[in-house]
Design a protein around this ligand. Structure first.
Ligand code: VGL
Ligand code: ZN
Length: 201
């Protein structure tokens, strides 16, 4: 069954977030077969792709005297600085080879604005600038979302919380996500998602 009001949103299953990548998430690749299998149960499949220009402001290398995983204050709030990752057009930014991209109805790219990071599939990290995904879902009368992918505590978390606040029914399949887990970020994400009304499955 593929209910037309239900979408599977696959977050950032890209080479740089998998073992061997620039911002490797432990076991990031292990979830790929399960995600492919789950696609059969949804009327819509949407992939997101972290897609940064070289020199992006979220990269530690773009700031003097900063190292990966340091925090800085951006005009829109605190921001973790990352290793260079998911640069537009690179192999690291490409989807994992095993991911079924054929089934995708829409691929939404994010993080292309040099000045603002974008963890969420819905809004950039200023929590204001839209990616366009809300309009797409509303136009297709999709009201129920299941999220899977990388990383549980960053892009999945921000996408799920934004979706719940926007009024979508949202579930996260934790068995098909993997986390970065930086300074307690996974526990914070799990309680944040629960508090926002996201179903953790
Ligand atoms: C992500 C850090 C930086 C993610 C993306 O996909 O969770 N994390 N860019
Ligand atoms: Zn990124």
């Amino acid at each position: 069954m593929r209910p037309e009001n239900e979408a599977l949103i696959v977050i950032d299953v890209q080479n740089d977030f998998c073992p061997g990548g620039a911002l490797a998430v432990p076991e990031g690749d292990v979830i790929v077969p399960g995600i492919n299998a789950l696609m059969d149960e949804f009327g819509a499949v949407i992939l997101t792709q972290d897609w940064h220009p070289a020199g992006h402001s979220s990269f530690a290398s773009s700031h003097t005297d900063k190292a990966p995983y340091d925090m800085i204050e951006m005009p829109y709030g605190p921001q973790v600085l990352w290793p260079d990752h998911c640069i537009q057009g690179t192999e690291g930014g490409a989807f994992h080879d095993g991911l079924n991209t054929t089934r995708a109805d829409l691929i939404i790219r994010k993080g292309y604005n040099p000045q603002i990071d974008s963890y969420s599939a819905f809004f950039e990290n200023d929590q204001k600038t839209p990616t366009g995904l809300v309009g797409y879902l509303q136009n297709r009368d999709i009201d129920t979302l299941t999220m899977v992918g990388l990383a549980t505590d960053y892009c999945v978390n921000f996408s799920a919380v934004n979706a719940a606040v926007l009024g979508f029914n949202v579930a996260v399949r934790l068995d098909l996500c993997r986390a970065i887990d930086l300074n307690g970020s996974l526990d914070a994400a799990l309680s944040g998602m629960t508090g926002a009304g996201v179903q953790l499955a």
